[in-house]
Design a protein around this ligand. Structure first.
Ligand code: MG
Ligand code: MG
Length: 265
């Protein structure tokens, strides 16, 4: 799940300024939460095929999280009714799993979180069901590469804007656009903590990064324009022009030795 530019972060109960710093013990819990959510998303994607309903993918993710002794991080948060956000094609984020059946060639994003010892992880992956097109593969490659560039910039002494700019600098020259109304975020006991991590902006601006911060970095890349629209369900965010959208996310710890990706098995 991702932070909204305005209201929902304020609803998380955190002060408006200042990122929380995690101890090495906190990071162990977050690493376990990250491992489990990566496992859960992998298990769900192993079942991704034509004809499967998004609710079934969500059930697989929930069972995998519970099997590992963790709790789903999104279920019930702000009233969200499922374990994973599942967003297809022009859907960007916050798609609600249900009866929708996956079709061959669909661009499917699973965004999921797990809680261990009260600490959250947040992780998103986009894949194509069945055989893909070169157009979709390219969009996936560029989005994933931009996430990797953002992670590399997540170092003590850098600023939030250095992450934002690393992502933007990789995406915009490809004639893609980055979503602006939804952003990455700090993460810890709350899913959404300060600071916000926009996927665009100038270098050298924003909060200075320090060892002990943990950030959810999550480029949302549109094949068309950057504008978004929310569906009548009050959750699903789609591209205004109907173009495809792709989303990857990792939970990343900032350490003196550089960034450590926590959402890996
Ligand atoms: Mg997420
Ligand atoms: Mg997020």
């Amino acid at each position: 799940m991702n932070g909204e530019s305005t209201p929902r972060i304020a609803a998380s109960g955190n002060p408006a300024s200042g990122a929380t710093l995690k101890s090495s013990r906190d990071l162990e819990s977050m690493r376990e939460a990250g491992r489990i959510v990566a496992f859960a998303v992998r298990k769900a994607f192993e079942a991704l095929e034509q004809g499967i309903a998004t609710r079934e993918l969500d059930d697989i993710a929930r069972r995998a999280i519970e099997l590992e002794g963790a709790k789903p991080g999104f279920l019930g948060l702000y009233g969200f009714p499922a374990t994973a956000c599942i967003s297809i094609n022009e859907e960007i984020v916050h798609g609600i799993p249900g009866d929708r059946v996956v079709q061959m060639g669909d661009l499917v994003t699973l965004d999921c979180g797990a809680i261990v010892d009260g600490y959250n992880s947040d992780y998103a992956v986009t894949q194509v069901a069945g055989s893909s097109s070169s157009e979709k593969n390219y969009l996936i490659d560029i989005t994933l590469e931009s996430l990797e560039m953002g992670i590399k910039a997540a170092r003590p002494g850098n600023r939030v804007g250095d992450i934002s700019n690393a992502i933007e600098s990789h995406v915009l020259p490809k004639s893609y656009e980055l979503v602006r109304e939804y952003v990455g975020h700090g993460i810890g006991k709350d899913l959404h903590e300060p600071p916000q991590i926009p996927n665009f902006g100038p270098v050298g601006h924003g909060l200075e990064l320090r060892a002990g911060m943990v950030l959810a970095i999550e480029p949302m890349v549109n094949a068309g324009g950057w504008k978004t629209r929310m569906l009548d369900d009050g959750w699903t965010v789609v591209t205004e022009d109907g173009a495809l959208s792709c989303h990857f996310e990792h939970t990343v710890a900032i350490t003196e030795d550089g960034p450590i990706v926590l959402t890996v098995e």
